[in-house]
Design a protein around this ligand. Structure first.
Ligand SMILES: *Cc1c(COP(=O)(O)O)cnc(C)c1O
Length: 229
């Protein structure tokens, strides 16, 4: 399948998931995850109209960002080391992996120097897998309360990853738990605005994520993979 056909196919599946769950297509934003692909493929993705590009390591992203940076909006979706913040600040407009206070401090400090706001998602390890980064759900409220004082971070919402292979019902539960955690933050008025977003859903589970309230889905293989059937 060529790229445009894959993108069209994803679009049909997004629309169908919206229809099943009574949602509006415009509420769902797609990040095209290009972390495994070449500069040429990333350029083709941008040219096909996918504006939002996701990368998980600065070393891999750098050549693409250097060539194409101004053409897209860049999302850092991987684990972010504090000493890499200086490299990505001012380049990646969105951070999906805010998972600890030391990172929040450094992002806020560097953003202040540049006089910018950084859009962040707090990563929550809902599934509890030891291989995954993110705050435990029980730590979320107190972490969010601490973020309020960082004036250069704009918290957009929460992010999670479901287990790669799990029954649909378990994946659905993880996504609905993340939605409940967001609702809880908003009910407790932790921020002085309602956080609007949920970054959840990947190639193998984005339809479930949409049905459970995702507003950002992060799609790699289904868009840029070699052999999607
Ligand atoms: C790689 C990655 C994705 C995309 O994965 P696919 O299964 O290829 O869609 C999404 N989110 C994060 C955090 C990733 O690391």
């Amino acid at each position: 399948m060529n790229l445009q056909k894959k993108i069209d196919d994803v679009e049909r599946r997004v629309i169908a998931a919206c229809q099943r769950s009574g949602r509006i297509r415009d509420e769902i934003h797609i990040v095209a995850v290009t972390k495994y692909t070449s500069l040429e493929m990333t350029e083709a993705v941008l040219q096909s109209g996918c504006l939002h590009i996701g990368e998980s390591r600065w070393q891999d992203a750098k050549p693409k960002w250097d060539a194409l940076g101004s053409l897209g909006r860049w999302h850092f979706i991987g684990h972010l080391q504090t000493n890499k913040v200086k490299d990505i600040i001012n380049k990646f407009q969105y951070i999906h992996s805010l998972d600890r206070l030391s990172l929040a401090k450094e992002l806020d400090r560097k953003a202040r120097e540049k006089n910018i706001q950084v859009k962040c998602f707090i990563q929550v390890n809902v599934s509890g897998e030891s291989s995954k980064f993110g705050l435990a759900p029980a730590e979320l409220i107190s972490f969010a309360e601490k973020l309020v004082s960082f004036s250069h971070l704009e918290v957009l919402g929460l992010m999670t990853m479901a287990p790669y292979e799990a029954p649909d019902q378990q994946i659905r539960q993880i996504f609905s738990d993340l939605r409940r955690l967001k609702d809880d933050l908003n009910e407790k008025s932790i921020f002085n605005y309602k956080i609007p977003h949920l970054s959840m859903g990947m190639s193998n589970d984005f339809e479930i994520a949409i049905e459970e309230g995702a507003t950002w889905i992060r799609l790699g293989s289904v868009i840029v993979g070699e052999n999607e059937e």
